[in-house]
Design a protein around this ligand. Structure first.
Ligand code: NI
Length: 258
């Protein structure tokens, strides 16, 4: 049982074989559920289309901090229109990314906080992206207190503790398996089992063993979560299938998928 809590299957990297890949993973590689989060308005529409086409795919809609410049006075209304679709389970991804851009912090904060306010009014969970913006991020989170997940968590154990105090889930994926992954490994050992979800962030973040040699892949795919689960299960001294099952249940709770 594999629940990929975060994968971008509208990405161009899947244009050649999207349908074959998705069907195969669902039929033969135990990928039972995928949540597809957006990055901007265009991909929000694409996520909804994927959710309409595949019964095991659910969508999130929202504007990623790297597209914060596209946020305007009409954005909330556009998202609200999309939210009428029943297979939208969250808003996102949204957040702050001062690694890729540090010159438009106020623009990023506006897009983020307006989406948090929308999520709160709709009582929906959010998918949060935080890259090198921890200070502003946690100030904003304590103010808005959203339900949701810190996706591809990259912070320290202390920050994980704070996210857990806020009631958020912690999303981990391929970066836990990187050679230099010290903090993610500590976090993978630390997070309580009922607050952990697994994700690929496909097509990005390929787990280490699929990056080199004969097994080399050019993109990340949801079935690779089994290796991430095995890696984390080993760290925690438990069975891979048990971890897959528990994290799938957590993701269902997070996104309220029955
Ligand atoms: Ni992502």
């Amino acid at each position: 049982m594999i629940f990929d809590s975060h994968a971008h299957y509208y990405a161009a990297a899947f244009d050649q074989d999207r349908n074959e890949l998705l069907r195969k993973m669902n039929r033969e590689q135990e990928v039972t559920t995928i949540v597809c989060p957006a990055e901007n308005m265009l991909s929000s529409v694409k996520c909804v289309e994927l959710a309409e086409e595949y019964d095991f795919i659910y969508a999130a809609v929202g504007v990623h901090p790297c597209y914060a410049d596209s946020w305007n006075d009409d954005s909330i209304e556009e998202l609200e229109k999309l939210l009428r679709h029943e297979k939208i389970v969250a808003l996102g991804e949204m957040g702050l990314d001062y690694y890729r851009r540090d010159d438009n912090r106020d623009v990023q904060k506006r897009a983020f906080t307006e989406q948090l306010a929308l999520a709160s009014s709709k009582k929906m969970p959010v998918i949060i992206h935080d890259r090198e913006a921890h200070g502003d991020m946690y100030d904003i989170l304590w103010h808005y207190r959203p339900e949701g997940v810190m996706h591809c968590f990259s912070g320290s154990v202390e920050l994980a503790r704070e996210a857990l105090q806020l009631g958020l889930y912690i999303g981990l994926g391929g970066s836990v398996t990187a050679v230099n992954a010290v903090r993610p490994v500590e976090v993978a050992k630390y997070v309580p089992l009922d607050r952990l979800v697994l994700e690929t962030d496909a097509p990005y973040l390929i787990p280490r063993i699929y990056r080199t040699g004969e097994n080399k892949y050019k993109r990340c795919e949801s079935w690779m979560i089994r290796y991430v689960a095995q890696f984390i299960a080993d760290l925690r001294g438990m069975e891979t299938d048990q971890l897959l099952e528990i994290t799938a249940r957590n993701a269902s709770n997070l996104y309220r998928i029955k």
